[in-house]
Design a protein around this ligand. Structure first.
Ligand code: ATR
Length: 285
């Protein structure tokens, strides 16, 4: 039961009603028996209301705020401090209120690095050839994380100029999506485009013939849980990582920042299993 001292956390974005964050975090509070101390909600906040929302956050004293589309960059203007990594990525997905001081963080990159290191071992990304497909909002944090861990990243994108811009900023390689056959030489392939979801549900960015059993294939699309890209990868004997894992690992890092406590992976993952994942937008972008 919540009380006067309950610390409120929430996710803000637009659209917001499909966000899974409230379910994931509230399941964690319940599991740890701190559901009288913390409560997680959501609010539909378009970009032009972010400034007002941050004022309200200070006024009411919300403990933590998760940011999703389209607020991850906009919110940075109104914070007191920004963590060095979030600054480098250029986006904030987590705000912590420490006695009135609002500090921004980014946990999206950990959502990719942690499941990969679970397979490869700590330090296992060093010198791995990674093909990152897409150069949009989500790709930024992913490319940063991979680079940070010493991977050799090539960004493939439909619009070459966008790949070039991001690649130059992060000092990694880039290529056009029309050169996708070169992913044959990649150890890890990551899809960060909407191909495989919504109206692109039957599509994949990588023709099956370029996949093989020594690769790790990671799709950040989590609805459907197993995209065409992942089904193809499995049929070739590759190791797959589903988008849900990224969602959970970035959420666990947020949970730690808001509560100071570690939560078992299975608790947040379990919370997702109780919901039919029919989401139109990937809320991680
Ligand atoms: P953002 O993440 O900036 O909101 P997005 O429209 O969701 O952008 O697209 C994310 C990435 O998916 C982009 O790299 C985009 O490629 P472009 O830069 O060429 O737009 C890529 N993408 C979106 N739809 C695609 C499609 N049908 N085929 C190939 N790539 C696509």
């Amino acid at each position: 039961m919540q009380n006067k001292q309950t610390k409120i956390c929430m996710v803000i974005g637009d659209p917001i009603k499909h966000s899974l964050s409230p379910k994931m975090h509230n399941a964690g509070y319940k599991f740890l028996g701190i559901d009288d101390e913390f409560f997680f909600s959501s609010a539909k906040i378009p970009k032009d209301k972010v400034k007002d929302f941050i004022k309200a956050m200070r006024l009411v004293g919300f403990r933590g705020v998760s940011c999703t589309i389209p607020n991850k960059v906009e919110v940075m203007k109104y914070l007191d401090e920004i963590d060095e990594i979030a600054q480098k990525i250029g986006a904030v997905n987590t705000i912590v209120n420490n006695n009135g001081v609002l500090k921004g963080y980014n946990t999206d990159w950990l959502g990719v690095v942690i499941p990969l290191e679970k397979i490869l071992g700590s330090g296992g990304l060093e010198d791995k050839n990674v093909a990152l497909i897409g150069a949009g909002g989500a790709s930024r944090a992913i490319a940063f994380g991979l680079k940070e861990k010493g991977a050799k990243v090539t960004i493939y994108n439909r619009t070459l100029e966008k790949a070039e811009k991001l690649a130059k900023e992060l000092k990694v390689k880039f290529a056009s999506l029309s050169k996708i056959e070169n992913v044959k030489n990649a150890d890890i392939i990551i899809n960060s485009t909407p191909l495989g979801m919504g109206k692109y549900i039957d599509e994949t960015p990588v023709p099956k013939e370029f996949l093989h059993k020594n690769q790790i294939c990671f799709d950040i699309v989590y609805s459907p849980e197993e995209t065409k890209f992942l089904t193809d990868a499995l049929s070739k004997g590759a190791t797959i990582i589903k988008g849900k894992e990224m969602l959970v690992y970035q959420g666990l890092e947020q949970f730690k920042l808001y509560t100071g406590k570690n939560l078992p992976f299975e608790v947040m993952m379990g919370a997702l299993k109780t919901k039919n994942l029919t989401i139109k937008n990937n809320m991680l972008k």
